[in-house]
Design a protein around this ligand. Structure first.
Ligand code: IPE
Ligand code: IPE
Ligand code: MG
Length: 238
């Protein structure tokens, strides 16, 4: 196991599960869509704080492969907010932030796919930080996708089954080439992964927080980082 960031003050790769939008709205007697809108507003300050701290990769879980089971109106609202975020992506480009979408984008609306490709293209040369937006992302789907990629290479004779090792599998994941995941933060009080970054979580530190995502501020990120710094990461050693 690669020890990318043992003992380092700033994690190289942070992932956050953007959870709690619905409950935020419910507590105020508002429709869930208000919670999603407020949740979308909470994203930028946290992204910029990560950039300022020198984080190399930030992965945000915004829509899971299981979230399609929600009412169509709610799914539409989340996709609308994603479009809005992509439309204002040049603000991130100004900060040298490269945007990528991770997940199965083939299920998204064709115009949204085009918009994603355009934003990825336009920010491809940014070297300050990678922002992975996990949309229609599932950890199991990612592993299936990777298995298919490798199987195709074996079929084409480019690869032998014996050559498939951890490094090769990691290079077939959506996060290929990015630093090992150091820290995963889940606000909202839930203590589960919900199919997020199953492979990448192998040696990540977990911080669960009793705050709903729309209320999450850079100060909460700092608090999570403080907790991270207290952890003794051993990677199986002593
Ligand atoms: C996270 O907030 C956003 C998505 C999953 C898209 P939720 O909508 O899951 O909020 P809660 O968990 O119901 O409060
Ligand atoms: C996980 O949250 C997915 C995202 C935040 C995008 P969910 O709200 O979908 O997870 P569960 O259903 O509580 O496990
Ligand atoms: Mg939720």
């Amino acid at each position: 196991m690669q020890q990318t960031n043992a003992g380092a003050a700033v994690p190289a790769h942070i992932a956050i599960i953007l959870d709690g939008n619905g409950r935020w709205a419910k507590r105020r007697g508002l429709p869930r869509s208000f919670g999603h809108r407020q949740g979308a507003k909470a994203v930028e300050p946290v992204v910029l704080r990560c950039r300022e701290l020198g984080v190399q990769s930030l992965t945000l879980y915004a829509f899971s492969t299981e979230n399609w089971s929600r009412p169509a109106s709610e799914v539409d609202e989340i996709m609308r907010l994603l479009r809005e975020m992509l439309q204002s992506a040049e603000r991130y480009r100004g900060q040298e932030i490269q945007l990528r979408l991770i997940g199965d984008r083939s299920a998204l609306a064709p115009d949204l796919q085009q918009q994603i490709e355009q934003v990825e293209r336009e920010s491809a040369s940014c070297t300050g930080m990678i922002l992975n937006m996990a949309i229609n992302y599932g950890g199991r789907e990612e592993l299936v996708h990777a298995a298919r990629t490798l199987a195709r290479q074996v079929e084409e004779g480019i690869l032998s089954p014996e050559e498939i090792d951890e490094k090769r599998l990691a290079s077939a994941l959506y996060t290929a080439g990015q630093p090992e995941l150091d820290l995963i933060i889940r606000p909202s009080g839930e203590k589960r992964l919900s199919n997020f970054l199953l492979w990448q979580c192998a040696y990540a530190e977990f911080v669960f927080m009793d705050i709903l995502w729309p209320d999450f501020t850079p100060a909460d990120l700092d608090a999570a980082l403080e907790e991270y710094r207290q952890r003794d990461r051993r990677f199986g050693g002593i």
